[in-house]
Design a protein. Structure first.
Length: 215
């Protein structure tokens, strides 16, 4: 694993971890949420899934809860996120060659995911995994409702970013398979029911493995 710091928006540092395996021709990129980091269960076990398949993995470990970002307007914050994701992916792709790509975004990370799919030519055939996507955000919704990238989404009906009408519109896009989880919140957990939350985690990881098997 290679830990590195990349110059991000306004010169602020962005930490990345690049897991490299022998002769890997596939790169998986993990884009975490604001508080839901790459060490949290869904993204940690996604990392294990990708590594077990022999893929290289790029973890982008931005930290937008630091004081450096608190003065930014909403527009500036969005710009910083997209800039940081682009800069870190650029850094890795400048010195590594891959034939295929998987992008996994959680919550806030789905903004960066949508931006990369829209603007990076190398990702025209990339596969996307949308974990609790911010479908209230227009660019995320449009990427999912009309995008051509094969993908899979997971969202709970107790998630504040779940919008029934938008979810059903995304269902019309045959490039994306969708799983709506009854009673699940923004962490894809059932608050107050630990055993079910653990089962949900297991089921989601199995579904991700199944999605990879089909590609």
């Amino acid at each position: 694993m290679l830990d590195k710091t990349v110059n991000g928006y306004n010169g602020l540092p962005v930490q990345i971890a690049h897991f490299k395996q022998r002769a890997a021709d596939t790169l998986a990129i993990l884009l975490p949420g604001l508080g839901y980091t790459n060490q949290a269960p869904l993204l940690y076990y996604s990392l294990r899934v990708f590594l077990n398949r022999g893929y290289d993995v790029l973890q982008i470990n931005y930290n937008y809860q630091s004081n450096s970002y608190k003065a930014l307007s909403n527009e500036e914050f969005d710009s910083s996120l997209k800039f940081d994701v682009k800069a870190t992916v650029d850094e890795v792709l400048e010195s590594n060659v891959y034939q295929s790509f998987y992008l996994t975004g959680k919550s806030l990370g789905t903004i960066g995911l949508a931006s990369e799919l829209a603007h990076r030519e190398q990702f025209q055939s990339a596969k996307a995994i949308w974990l609790t996507p911010l479908i209230t955000r227009e660019e995320v919704f449009q990427a999912m409702a009309h995008g051509k990238n094969k993908g899979m989404q997971f969202i709970g009906d107790h998630d504040p970013y779940y919008v029934k009408e938008r979810f059903h519109k995304i269902l019309e896009n045959k490039n994306i398979s969708s799983k709506l989880i009854e009673g699940a919140d923004h962490s894809l957990e059932d608050a107050g029911n630990l055993q079910r939350s653990m089962r949900l985690l297991n089921e989601i990881i199995k579904d991700i493995e199944g999605f990879l098997d089909l590609q």
